[in-house]
Design a protein around this ligand. Structure first.
Ligand code: AMP
Length: 596
């Protein structure tokens, strides 16, 4: 296999690496920098600038300089929240896809990301002295299909064959775990970057990584601390708020001060002529910054709790907590993580580079340069289809290891049905209507009595987390395959909300499922009893007939009452009352078939 590079396409910074004689190394640009700012400047009067030169343009031309584009990857206009719009350039949410608009030109997030990836490619080629054309690219664990597909397209636009999309925490764990392959360990990966937060729990077992659970938020990160800091800095300078150029320059200085405060107690910000006349000057202490940043960091706590609950672990079960993302350089973030997980986090990795190192190792595994490590990821939400009564029938449960293939057989609900509608759902609720519809399609088959047609539905989630749904009529073999590439444009907040809702409504949802199942059973039995009574009418003793009719009317009354327990009991009673009836029908059928 050809050489493959590993790429961490970050919200704030991006990196590229390659395996060299069995070791992952990150490649630097001509200035010796390994971190390439994920920034693109699109000046009206010249070619696009990417990376550090674009970063320098950000303060001067805030409306022409695009940063944090990863927040918009694969999103539609109505996925955007107000805080998404808090960027210095124009966001156009009118089309099917969100785009950035600079000097009247629209740019999709893929196009901007492709420019960043193209810059990394050029850096790598200059460093290596030869072309590179295959890549592994990382994404946050919570990216949905649309966001993963958009990332893949960006890679392709940049001229890469994208060999795999890998989750960032998984890559980080790989970077961390390579030298400890023989130990069995449970690891929490706390990844707080510029714009995304991911928390994952992985198990390392005999050279195999398994993600036990994952959780996160793509709208939480160091950018939020920057915003809080800037608000604090301009609180006595109201006029600055309406001046994007000044805010952009201030942001740059504020970020530098924030970084300095990770190792020092005080930082001073001095910007002469910030808005043409004001000389801006402020001193900020580490304690003040921590106070501003604490609400941002506190928001990660609930995700940490949830991931532990999903993995069915207590903090004490963890063998290691590792830190990823530039924000985890802040001392109070390390203390916070230590408090949440009850153990000191491991800080031996360079938090800015761990994901890229892991992507490079994964690239090495794929190209054959590294052997014996397998990567496994998990599904963030359950996937299934709608069945009779509007119920959600789960085919792949939440937190299943991927790649995965699972299927089930379904049958028809009415006579001579000629087609079945397959509605693909994602979510944790018991009723289909409360889950998200990823797609819907029809499978046709030959008309047959109800319950005879058999349709096999198979779900397959590939290594990139993309869902392929196959439906096959088992009698004719006719089948349909649908790849749900970009069917779910939902934000991580929605994923969280879904899990929250499922917990909140667990009780009523379950009651509704119990009721619906009982109702389906009643309807089935009432129809069967009607048919059976017609068949054996004259052979039935009046007493038995009366009992059955009484039980039938009990079921009908219970149906009207909408009390699940009463309906279940009535169903059971009718079931018992018709046992003899069923036996008679069988006997009669055998008789008429000529068997003694
Ligand atoms: P990443 O997305 O992992 O590159 O992380 C970028 C985020 O980490 C940005 O918000 C940076 O400002 C922040 N960051 C990087 N270095 C430091 C540091 N030394 N102290 C505090 N925050 C940092």
């Amino acid at each position: 296999m050809d050489e493959i590079v590993g790429i961490d396409l970050g919200t704030t910074n991006s990196l590229i690496g390659i395996m060299d004689a069995g070791f992952p190394i990150l490649l630097a640009d001509a200035d010796g920098a390994r971190l390439t700012p994920s920034v693109v400047a699109l000046p009206e009067d010249g070619p696009p600038l990417v990376g550090s030169p674009a970063q320098r343009m950000r303060a001067l031309r805030p409306r022409e300089t695009i940063y944090s584009i990863k927040r918009f990857m694969g999103l539609r206009g109505d996925d955007l929240r107000d805080e998404d719009m808090d960027v210095s350039y124009e966001i156009d949410r009118s089309g099917a896809q969100v785009s950035a608009r600079v000097n009247g030109q629209r740019y999709s997030p893929e196009e901007i990301s492709a420019l960043i990836l193209g810059k990394l490619k050029a850096n790598a080629e200059a460093a290596l002295g030869h072309a590179v054309s295959h890549a592994v690219i990382t994404v946050p664990a919570y990216f949905n299909d649309a966001q993963r597909s958009a990332t893949k397209r960006a890679g392709e636009l940049a001229g890469f064959a994208v060999e795999r999309i890998v989750n960032e925490p998984t890559a980080a764990a790989l970077a961390y775990g390579l030298d400890k392959l023989s130990t069995r360990a449970k690891i929490a990966v706390y990844d707080l970057g510029g714009g995304t937060f991911d928390i994952s729990i992985l198990e390392l077992n005999n050279a195999v990584f398994e993600v036990l659970a994952t959780n996160g938020n793509t709208h939480l990160g160091g950018d939020d601390i920057d915003t809080a800091l800037i608000r604090h800095l301009i609180q006595n300078h109201d006029h600055l708020a309406a001046n994007p150029e000044a805010i952009s320059r201030l942001r740059e200085a504020a970020i530098a001060a924030k970084h300095k405060l990770s190792s020092e107690e005080f930082a001073t910000i001095e910007i002469p002529f910030l808005d043409g006349e004001t000389n801006f000057s402020a001193t900020i202490s580490r304690a003040e910054l921590e106070q501003l940043g604490r609400p941002v960091i506190e928001r990660t706590r609930a995700h940490c709790r949830r991931v532990l609950a999903d993995a069915k672990l207590e903090p004490a079960d963890l063998d290691e907590v590792i830190l990823v993302g530039g924000v985890t350089r802040m001392p109070f973030v390390r203390q916070f993580v230590a408090e949440v997980f009850g153990r000191e986090p491991n800080v031996t990795q360079n938090p800015d580079e761990t994901v890229a190192i892991g992507a490079t190792i994964q690239a090495g595994i794929l190209s054959g340069a590294v052997r014996d490590v397998v990567l496994l990821d998990v599904t963030p939400l359950s996937l299934g289809i709608e069945t009779f009564g509007g119920l959600m029938n789960v085919i792949i449960p939440r937190n299943s290891t991927i790649p995965i293939k699972a299927g089930e057989m379904f049958t028809t609900a009415v006579h001579n049905q000629r087609s079945m509608s397959i509605k693909v759902l994602q979510g944790e609720r018991e009723m289909a209507k409360d889950n998200w519809t990823l797609g819907q399609f029809e499978i046709e088959f030959e008309a047959a009595p109800k319950g005879i047609a058999r349709v096999g539905v198979q779900f397959e989630i590939d290594v990139n987390g993309i869902l392929h749904v196959l439906a096959r009529d088992t009698r004719t073999g006719s089948e349909k395959v649908v790849a749900l590439q970009s069917a779910i444009d939902v934000s991580d907040e929605a994923v969280e909300a879904m899990i929250g809702d499922s917990l909140e409504h667990a009780f009523t949802d379950m009651a509704e499922r119990v009721w619906t199942e009982a109702e389906l059973k009643s309807n089935e039995m009432l129809a069967a009893v009607d048919a059976a009574l017609l068949l054996v009418n004259e052979d039935l003793e009046p007493a038995m007939r009366d009992t059955i009719l009484q039980r039938v009317s009990d079921v009908r009354a219970a149906l009207r009452s909408r009390e699940a327990k009463r309906l279940k009991d009535a169903n059971d009673a009718l079931d018992r009352a018709t046992e003899t009836l069923a036996a008679r029908i069988v006997a009669k059928a055998l008789e008429s078939a000529g068997t003694p």
